[in-house]
Write a protein that binds this ligand. Sequence first.
Ligand SMILES: [Zn+2]
Ligand SMILES: [Zn+2]
Length: 282
Amino acid sequence: MKVTQTIAVGTPDGLQCLREASQSGLALCFPGVGSAFARQNDPTCLIVAKDGVTLLVDVGTTIPRVLSSRGIGIGDFDYYHVTHSHADHIGGLEELLLFDHYVINKTPRLILTEPYKELLWERTLRGGCEHRENGTFQFDDLADFIFPNVIAELPREIYEAEVEGIRLVIFRTVHIPTEGDNSGSKFWSTGLLIDGRVLFTADTRFDPLLFEQLPMDNVDVIFHDCQLHEPGTVHATYEQLKTLDNDLRGKMHLTHYGDMFQKFDSATDGFAGFAQPWAIYQ
Ligand SMILES: [Zn+2]
Ligand SMILES: [Zn+2]
C-alpha cells in the first residue's frame, strides 16, 4: 500500500475523499497515529473504506474533535469497531451513542464480539449512558450490533465478520498480560486483519506468535503498535520490533507511537515507516 493523498486540515468533507478513493479498492486512513500519552499526534484510530462504505476503528476521547478538523462528524460512519477499553480507544464512544440518539436520531452499527459487547457496556459505558429522562437504556437501545462468528478458540481466539464487502478477522491480542506471560490475558484486546491483506495490531505487547497463528500469506501491509521507550510492558517496543525478520519489517508501518519519533530512522532500521496521520493508504 502507498500513500496516494493526505486529507488536509479544513477539508470540508474528509470522509467523502475517502469514499471516492475507496471506489478503486480498499483505502485506509489514520486520523491519529499517537500513543495514549502523545501530544504531537492524536490517539491511534483507523478509518477503513471500501466501495464507499466506511468503518471507524476505535473512538478515543479526543477523536470526535480530531475528526471535525476534516469536516467529519462522529456519527457519519456506516460501521464502528473498537479494539479494547482504554480511553484512547473508547473514550469518545459515549459521545457517539448519545449524539446519535439525541442529536441526529441515528443508531450506530457496532461490530463487536458478544463477550466484548457485554464487557464494554457493563464495565465502561453503562455509567454514563444508562439513565435517561424516563427510565433506563440498555446497550441495544443505543446501537445495532453485528456479531462476528468464532472461527478459532485455541491457541488464540479468532472471529470473522463481513460487512458490505469488507472482510474482518478479529483476533485476540496480548496487550495487558494478566497471566504473567504472552499466553493469554483476562483483559480484552483485539486486532484486525482486513480483507486478508492488511494487519492492524491495535495495542499489543511484542507477540511474534501472532505472525505464525494468523493467515499471513496475502498480508502485504502491517500497522503495528510501537512504543519508543523501554521496557515493553504492555506495548511492543521499537527495539523488539527491530528483531523481526526483514520481510515482516519491510511491510510494517508503526502506529501508536510517542513524541520522540523524529529521533528514530525507521527506513535504516528496515521498517516501512511511521504511519502518517490523515494519509490515505491504498
Ligand atoms: Zn492505546
Ligand atoms: Zn491500550
